[in-house]
Design a protein around this ligand. Structure first.
Ligand code: PHE
Length: 442
């Protein structure tokens, strides 16, 4: 049998899982979800889900993926000795396709913004003018072209192979993005309305915690950590036998959360300083950031750099969701990697077109009161990912052979016993019950 590719270095492992986790979910989706769900109340619930459910579920995915050394479907089959769990594998693949479709649209917006920044069109434009410009942009056909361009780029990187493509890109660029975010945080904190923005984000109003807010926060936690669809599982199938599972899971979750909070600290002080609407929805970040840049010296340069890095951060995320589908079709249908990549790209282009147009020509096509874009996002993040997370935790908690579990967890030296006990309790009871409760409540 062909030897399965493996990540070259330990840093590579963290950089790649963080690369998958950190993306538009942190910088675009987190601020807009927090903005529409009451700020502090949302952040509190979000942090709860990251630590109580997120870290155990990432660890569970790592355990399953590395011990089976296959994609999500294969991992369930290997560990259960049958095909009874195939359904969950198919749900994950569906979720990955839906996410890739709407995510590529937003990534396309960032590509447009990168190019516009290079052309010098963002800095110095009056705020009011820019809002209508963004509206005009997303309601036209240009987003479709950018979405296609983004998916082509994604495919090109995927065809470079696991190690060369993914690892090299994420190793170098994630730290740069992080430094830029820090610089913008400082800039936002110096704005006149900063304290109102910080109050909005960090002071929870407990009466604002409704089932909708809790469901939104849970969906955001799953989305941001790339869990519940076997993404981390597929990546961990490329881990070496000595990668420390709990440590890698915790590092990934901490860094991911830090980036989301930093994005909040950049966006909300600016929103309040400029008198904008925190509830603006998907448009929020694309309207606030240019306003920030236009007030800076060398705004175009900052803006170009920022959006360019955001495109790259999006790529490291889309590569990971694509990997779920590709690993599946290659293993299941013995398709070549190349053919699988092309197939996925074509499907995502088709669905992505519907998402892109749902801000314009298809704005009236709705289901349950949601546009196609919103529906794809809602169904995948708030339903499919938590459902996947619930099944994965139940499976690893109750069904997985206990020796496999402990030997995987202890692969890099013994873990303290309480960590294993805590993980087991979370996976068996806490995570599944919390997810169930949120579903029932909403
Ligand atoms: N976690 C990624 C982000 O925050 C999005 C993602 C979701 C990636 C699901 C893979 C799987 O941008």
């Amino acid at each position: 049998m062909e030897r399965r590719a493996q990540f070259a270095t330990r840093i590579g492992v963290v950089a790649t899982t963080v690369g998958s986790a950190v993306g538009l979910g942190n910088i675009w989706r987190f601020p807009y979800e927090a903005g529409t769900h009451g700020g502090g109340a949302f952040l509190l619930c979000y942090l709860f889900f990251i630590f109580v459910i997120g870290i155990p579920v990432i660890s569970a995915e790592f355990v399953m993926g590395r011990s089976a050394r296959s994609c999500i479907l294969g991992a369930f089959r290997t560990h259960s000795g049958g095909r009874r769990w195939d359904g969950i594998g198919y749900c994950s693949i569906l979720a990955a396709i839906l996410i890739l479709s709407f995510y590529s649209v937003v990534a396309g917006w960032t590509m447009e913004y990168t190019v516009e920044s290079v052309a010098g069109h963002l800095g110095g434009v009056a705020d009011a003018g820019r809002h209508s410009e963004f509206d005009r942009f997303i309601s036209g056909w240009r987003p479709v072209i950018w979405m296609i361009a983004f998916l082509v780029l994604n495919a090109l990187i995927l065809l470079g192979g696991v190690k060369k493509g993914i690892e090299r890109v994420s190793n170098i660029l994630m730290p740069v993005l992080f430094l830029i975010l820090l610089a913008f945080c400082v800039n936002s904190l110096l704005m006149p309305g900063a304290s109102d923005g910080l109050k909005f984000l960090f002071t929870p109003d407990f009466s604002a915690i409704t089932p909708g807010v809790v469901l939104g926060a849970m969906g955001q936690a799953f989305f941001s950590l790339s869990i519940g669809l076997g993404c981390m599982m597929t990546y961990s199938s490329y881990f070496s036998d000595r990668t420390p599972i709990v440590k890698s899971a915790t590092t990934t979750a901490l860094l991911d959360t830090l980036v989301a909070v930093l994005a909040g600290v950049i966006i909300f002080p600016a929103v309040f300083s400029f008198g904008m609407e925190a509830e603006a929805g998907p448009k929020l970040v694309f309207e606030v950031l240019p306003s920030i840049f236009s007030r800076l010296h060398g705004g175009e340069v900052w803006s170009t750099l920022f959006f360019f890095l955001l495109v790259l951060a999006s790529l490291t995320s889309t590569i990971s969701m694509s990997e779920i589908f590709i690993a599946f079709v290659c293993e299941e249908f013995h398709m070549s990697r190349r053919a699988a990549t092309i197939l996925l790209t074509l499907i995502a282009m088709g669905l992505g077109t519907l998402c892109a147009l749902s801000f314009g020509p298809l704005v009236d096509v709705t289901m349950f009161g949601k546009t196609i874009f919103d529906l794809f996002d809602y169904v995948s993040s708030n339903i499919l990912l938590p459902l996947g997370g619930m099944v994965i935790s139940l499976f690893v908690g109750w069904r997985l052979d206990r020796n496999t579990l402990t030997s995987q967890l202890n692969s890099n030296g013994r873990l303290p016993r309480w960590v294993i006990v805590w993980l087991l309790i979370s996976l068996r009871y806490i995570a599944p019950l919390c997810i169930l409760a949120v579903f029932l409540a909403s």
